[in-house]
Ligand binder design. Structure first.
Ligand code: IFM
Length: 441
């Protein structure tokens, strides 16, 4: 399917247009001014875990270069910025004293962006859990929910009224499954039962934190961000259809049913058998807090097959440097399905973007594939809006090239190119396109 070229004028005036980043991926300054280590600092030290052997010690030096980055964000013409707070920067061990120097950094950042009319969308947990909490079991330990709630409440008390929204967790599936089941992300554990307990504690802590933050009398919109890569059956055979239903249950319904219906899907719980999470009385009601918005991170779709693994090349579609199929239609279909099945009050596309190999030539990065990707996914967002889906925002991932987790610095998602030797930032053609698109008022 080909989408028509989108225009900003096709969207409502109050549509949120942004770029997104996360603390660990850009800040660097891993132990500066009293910051404690996070699980990702520890994980990067394990040989073989990060493709290029790198870490987040320097990253984009955003902790030092934030004034330049604020200017960059403003120059793009966006009206919103999605970022995350590093929990161990503001509470080094996750349960003790607050680190005022850490809070002061975010205070300056929020002030500077607000002064430029840019609305701030904060994520409390984009994966960099304080290592001290991991030493006690991390998200597999129920106690972490109480620690997270105290952290969330303190952040909301200090900054809540200056924020356009607060998101509790970014992509709990990634934290739990890649981190606790597959062991390819921090903290590198391989246990399905711990992973499922982590899923439950992430969702429970989300509910507890929303309750506590709202208890402060804050009216700041609150929500959560999920990675909802839609699942398609590889064929219409009963086996593939059944596999697709289960996989959809594991990646989407487990989270959406809990958040919007207050229960885990029975087919998934039966499948998990003894690995299913232990749930205490009242937990599900706590998880199902009314949400002001649901953040959707969309990059690609996935196929489920009961037999041989699916070969992405067979779709004939372009594939990004991550090996992910380019399929904008999946975003339209996903937004429509979420609206139909769960009726979230508001949907925000909180991440969307693509890694491609960039060529820097005479100060120009002609990243046609990324430009096309962003343009077509904005058009796909518009198509959902046209069909009556309450989608109110789009954030490109990412503002700039950064630390792409287990892939290190080799995979570049930025609209802005970063030379990691000099820290020079250069707008790629995709950024120039977005800037031009946003200027069509
Ligand atoms: O870079 C990540 C981000 O931190 C979370 N969502 C997916 C992105 C691309 O892999």
């Amino acid at each position: 399917m080909t989408y028509p070229t989108p225009s900003r004028q096709h969207f409502p005036d109050d549509f949120i247009w942004g770029v997104a980043t996360s603390s660990f991926q850009i800040e660097g300054a891993h132990l500066a001014d009293g910051k404690g280590p996070s699980v990702w600092d520890t994980f990067c030290e394990v040989k073989g875990k990060i493709a290029d052997g790198s870490n987040g010690h320097v990253a984009c030096e955003h902790y030092q270069r934030w004034p330049e980055d604020v200017q960059l964000i403003a120059d793009l013409g966006v009206n919103a910025y999605r970022f995350s707070m590093s929990w161990p920067r503001v509470q080094p061990d996750g349960q003790g004293a607050w680190n005022e120097a850490g809070f002061a950094f975010y205070d300056r950042l929020i002030d500077a962006l607000s002064a430029r009319g840019i609305a701030l969308h904060l994520t409390l947990n984009h994966w960099d859990l304080p290592q001290a909490l991991q030493d006690q079991g991390g998200w597999a330990n129920r106690e972490t929910c109480a620690h997270f709630t105290r952290y969330a409440t303190e952040v909301a008390r200090r900054f809540g009224s200056r924020l356009a929204s607060i998101c509790t967790h970014n992509e709990p599936w990634v934290i739990a499954i890649l981190g606790y089941e597959q062991g390819i992300f921090a903290p590198g554990i391989q246990s399905r039962s711990q992973a499922m307990q982590a899923v439950h504690h992430l969702l429970l802590s989300h509910g507890m934190a929303c309750q506590a933050m709202r208890g402060l009398g804050l009216t700041t919109p609150m929500g959560i961000v999920l990675n909802l890569s839609p699942i398609y059956p590889a064929s219409q055979s009963p086996e593939d259809l059944a596999k697709a239903k289960l996989d959809d249950g594991l990646i989407l319904r487990l989270y959406m049913d809990a958040l919007y219906r207050g229960s885990y899907p029975q087919d998934v719980i039966s499948h998990l058998a003894e690995d299913a999470p232990q749930v205490k009385s009242g937990d599900m009601a706590t998880i199902a807090q009314p949400l002001d918005f649901l953040g959707v991170n969309y990059y690609t779709r996935n196929f489920s097959s009961s037999g041989n693994p699916w070969d992405v090349a067979s779709t004939g579609n372009q594939v990004t440097d991550m090996g992910w199929e380019v399929y904008p239609q999946g975003l339209t279909e996903l937004l429509c399905r979420l609206h139909q099945d769960y009726q979230p009050k508001l949907l925000l596309v909180t991440e969307n973007g693509a890694a491609f190999k960039d060529e820097y030539k005479d100060g120009v990065i002609n990243d046609t594939q990324r430009l096309d990707y962003v343009r077509d996914h904005i058009a796909a967002t518009h198509a959902a809006h046209q069909q009556g889906v309450p989608v109110g925002g789009y954030f490109a991932w990412s503002l700039m090239d950064n630390f792409e987790w287990a892939s290190g610095y080799a995979k570049r998602f930025g609209l802005v190119h970063v030379n990691f030797e000099t820290q020079q930032r250069t707008l790629k053609n995709s950024a120039l396109w977005y800037q031009q698109f946003l200027s069509e008022k």
